[in-house]
Design a binder for this molecule. Structure first.
Ligand SMILES: [Zn+2]
Length: 479
């Protein structure tokens, strides 16, 4: 493949240096190098910030080309990522009681995740270097995003996923044309002409800086008192910190504190912060359901820890219940449907305001990193809890399929309570369904088993016992 490309394509990125986010060791840029060979921590790309200007004529993240590695225009891939709204919260702000709350809504990105900014940069560089394929190991969002951007670039994608992946993200990858393989554990391997994309990749992290820069412009070049971010690998916290430092050089003062939020199920960075450690104690494999941020040994853990401490911020963990409540609140009060990982900052904010750690006269930004539509399991669970339509949701989501006969029985019972013979007759006369009487009873028993129908009163008429059937609440909701 390389022989078809002029040499300059291979050398575009070679001017860059990779620097360890923990020990400071430096390495020449190589797309294959993901971690520091001395301490196994994440690397960052030493990109000289040329300008903090926004170039309106460019598409997507390329508007912020001044803070990104230089990629020739003909290789720049974009699906219009970035430029996400910074919503001025009125209702959650009032409920929580802080002076100013801004929600950076990344749910609107092309594949529904802030990682689209990262895929745009990664795929463009990979294209400029002449690679034919991308292999990615993904808990979900990154795989879906890389798949979309690769399609745009005409590059093939292979995604390795775990069996626990969110269904919506799996659908996305497949439909974008990625070849998906389910594996129990990720095993990195080198394949010819194939670039590997992982969430802690230096290029992928680099593009995360654009969220902070964009927010700075949206706030009319103001910086908030707090920026609250979810933490998995810790890369978003670290990239935000680096951007803040660059901005502060040109801004009068930076008093922005970074707050990182993890889920109770997997919180190695929060643990180290609370214990005052300057290293990360890896956790055993997380069983948490917020997969995208359940990272037991974060590659930017130490870097995130330092960023939080240096900005006098804090690290906090929240339980699943708090996350789901924050998710509901975002949807009900602000019209933003976030995924659980994207709801962590709001959950963290609520906790820290209650504890008095965030002062009420603060200006706060919460970054909502991804869309809830990607996670049908969680959406279903929350909708189930919040409404009386549980049975309908079960039915529509394929939990229990009703045959035409059962549907007809439920409709008959929605008119009035009936006994077996009446139902048999109704089926025949109203719906043209001719079945034997024992079959009617079999259907009724199955409907009772599913909780849609119950037995009611029984009467004896002319020496024969009649048992009446009626709909349960679930059955009524279904009809
Ligand atoms: Zn190192």
């Amino acid at each position: 493949m390389y022989k078809y490309y002029p040499i300059y394509r291979l050398t575009i990125m070679l001017d860059y240096i990779l620097k360890c986010s923990k020990c400071g060791s430096t390495f020449n840029f190589s797309i294959e190098r993901k971690l520091c060979s001395k301490c196994e921590q994440g690397l960052w790309l030493e990109v000289k910030t040329l300008s903090l200007d926004k170039h309106e004529g460019e598409q997507g993240i390329w508007k912020y080309g001044g803070v990104l590695p230089n990629v020739k225009r003909e290789f720049r891939i974009s699906l219009g990522e970035g430029d996400s709204p910074l919503q001025n919260s009125l209702r959650i702000r009032e409920e929580i009681g802080v002076r100013e709350l801004w929600i950076k809504d990344e749910t609107i990105e092309p594949t529904g995740s802030y990682l689209d900014r990262c895929s745009a940069l990664f795929v463009s560089v990979v294209l400029s270097m002449g690679y034919e394929k991308i292999l990615t190991y993904s808990t979900g969002n990154l795989g879906a995003s890389i798949a979309a951007y690769s399609s745009r670039a005409g590059i093939k994608t292979h995604v390795q996923v775990r069996p626990t992946i969110d269904l919506g993200k799996l659908y996305q990858m497949i439909i974008y044309g990625a070849e998906v393989k389910v594996v129990e554990a990720f095993r990195e391997k080198k394949i010819k002409n194939t670039a590997v994309a992982v969430e802690y990749d230096p290029l992928i992290n680099e593009a995360k800086k654009t969220i902070m820069l964009e927010t700075f412009f949206q706030l009319n070049r103001r910086l908030p008192d707090y920026i609250i971010l979810p933490m998995g690998e810790g890369g978003l916290v670290y990239a935000t910190y680096r951007m803040l430092k660059d901005i502060s050089r040109s801004s009068t003062s930076c008093k922005t504190r970074i707050i990182g939020v993890q889920s109770e199920d997997c919180k190695p960075i929060v643990n180290s912060f609370e214990k005052g450690l300057d290293f990360i104690e890896p956790e055993s494999e997380s069983r948490g359901r917020i997969f995208d941020v359940s990272v037991s040994n974060p590659k930017f853990g130490v870097a995130a820890l330092r960023a939080i401490r240096e900005t006098k911020g804090t690290a906090v963990s929240v339980g699943e219940k708090e996350v789901f409540e924050a998710l509901s609140l975002l949807a009900e009060k602000e019209g933003i449907l976030a995924e659980p990982a994207g709801s962590l900052p709001i959950a963290g904010l609520i906790k820290l305001v209650k504890e008095g750690i965030i002062e009420r006269d603060s200006t706060v930004i919460c970054v909502v990193t991804g869309s809830g539509l990607k996670d049908p399991k969680v959406m279903k669970e929350i909708a189930h809890r919040k409404s009386s339509l549980g049975a309908l949701i079960e039915e529509l989501s394929g939990g229990f399929r009703l045959s035409p006969t059962k549907t007809a029985i439920l409709r008959l019972l929605s008119e009035k309570n009936m006994y077996g013979y009446q139902i048999w007759k109704g089926l025949r006369e109203k719906y043209g369904i001719c079945v034997k009487i024992p079959t009617v009873y079999q259907h009724l028993n199955e409907l009772i088993g599913k909780g849609y129908v119950k037995k009611g009163e029984s009467k004896t008429v002319m020496g024969r016992r009649r048992e009446y059937y009626s709909l349960t609440e679930r059955g009524e909701a279904l009809v």
